[in-house]
Design a protein around this ligand. Structure first.
Ligand code: SF4
Length: 410
């Protein structure tokens, strides 16, 4: 990934804007959950109490520090995403204080999309009203399934009734931009149970659904259980059938598949996720958060740098100590060479249904897409990708083999 494969590290054309020049996305990581789900590999820590005020202070300190750096300075945030962990465990007043800090500086677009991830078991209508008045305008519920036995299998703490109540309460509290997460290919799940989950998700009239196949990530309890033969992964044919069912049902209901796992009513796509896929700079604050800044290839002596990535210290206590000492909790920084940035731009663009635009590629890198990645021709002849107008998109077969397609750009 780091090699330039014999290409010169040419600077991009001087007139080529990297991305929209003034905008950035902000990710705020809240690392605590009431318990750890057995499939979860996020930076989440089971806890009954957490140092909320101190953590919020550290978030704002790190924000001030990071947003003054190259790649972020002078940009205003057009999206804010509170992810976790379980951000809905925080008091709405704390979320309000963080958002006030963002608005005071660097800058927050008055029309920003502000999302809070919420666990259905942690909200009441009153708390949701609090989040709404704090400035949150989009909720993302970790529903996962509407079947009690499958919630149990996933180790979720909330019940089906909690989810139904939480969805109703969100509307009463004034949230009309609602998203819910579903998981499919859960051990023991039938195609009919998957269908029932999608149908119930549709019946709630949500604007957005994210639907992911369960994965067994190294380091998780499910990964160990599978290795020990105590959990059985869904057969591949069943997973494929569920993927197709989910896509078809949601599309028929007016929720367009605008990305491999994401579906939305027109105009209600998650702008924050689009920022990730489109190479917009993002600042991640909090324990284990990631940041990214695309650069134009002309920076910093020596090798041309086309982007920089940062990863924060994962442990919440150590991250807060680092912010107190240095203003930021960065653990690791990585520079993106030209070839790596080119590949990443391609596979991220192919995640979206709108696909890859070769003109934007040329403007960014000063080279034709077809010359940089001549193997795209065989992706097309193998039926994995196709030209739709002047954009390259994944075919239905390419969607099923997306990871293999993406790996050809590394
Ligand atoms: S609630 Fe979400 S973040 Fe927390 S442990 Fe479960 S899957 Fe992970």
């Amino acid at each position: 990934m780091k090699s330039s494969h014999g290409m010169n590290a040419l600077p991009a054309r001087a007139d080529a804007p990297v991305v929209e020049p003034e905008v950035a996305a902000l990710y705020v990581h809240i690392p605590w959950c009431l318990s750890k789900c057995p499939y979860c590999d996020f930076n989440s820590h089971a806890a009954r109490t957490w140092p909320e005020a101190e953590y919020a202070d550290a978030l704002l300190r790190e924000l001030r520090h990071r947003s003054a750096e190259e790649g972020f300075a002078g940009r205003r945030f057009s999206t804010v995403f509170f992810g976790g962990g379980t951000p809905s465990l925080f008091d709405p007043r704390t979320i309000g204080r963080i958002l006030e800090g963002v608005a005071r500086g660097p800058d927050l677009d008055p029309a920003a999309e502000i999302t809070l991830e919420a666990n259905p078991g942690t909200v009441t209508e009153e708390r949701l009203r609090g989040f709404r008045s704090a400035g949150v305008n989009r909720l993302s519920y970790g529903v996962q399934s509407f079947q009690p036995d499958l919630l149990l299998a996933l180790g979720r703490r909330h019940s089906v009734e909690d989810s139904r109540r939480a969805l109703d309460a969100a509307r009463l509290a004034g949230f009309d931009n609602l998203s819910l997460d579903l998981i499919f290919a859960i051990p023991g799940q039938s195609l009919a149970a998957c269908e029932a989950d999608v149908d119930e998700a549709i019946s709630h009239g949500t604007a957005h659904v994210s639907a992911y196949a369960l994965t067994f990530e190294p380091g998780t309890a499910f990964h160990r259980e599978r290795a020990a033969g105590r959990v059985r992964q869904a057969p591949e044919e069943l997973e494929v059938a569920m993927f197709e069912l989910v896509r078809g049902r949601l599309r028929d209901a007016g929720l367009e598949p605008y990305e491999i796992s994401n579906f939305a009513r027109p105009g209600l796509e998650a702008r924050h996720n689009q920022a990730y896929w489109r190479g917009t700079p993002y600042v991640g604050i909090g324990a284990g958060a990631h940041s990214f800044a695309p650069l134009d290839g002309r920076g910093g002596g020596g090798d041309a740098c086309f982007g920089r990535r940062w990863e924060n210290v994962r442990d919440p206590g150590r991250w807060m100590d680092a912010v107190r000492e240095r203003g930021t909790g960065i653990a690791d920084t990585e520079a993106l060479g030209r070839r790596e940035a080119m590949g990443e731009t391609c596979w991220l663009a192919l995640r979206e249904s709108r696909g890859l635009d070769p003109t934007a590629f040329r403007l960014r890198f000063g080279e034709e897409f077809a010359e940089a990645f001549p193997h795209a021709t065989s992706l097309v002849s193998d039926g994995l990708a196709a030209w739709r107008g002047d954009r390259l998109v994944l075919t239905p077969r390419g969607l099923l083999l997306a990871d293999a397609v993406f790996s050809t750009f590394f």
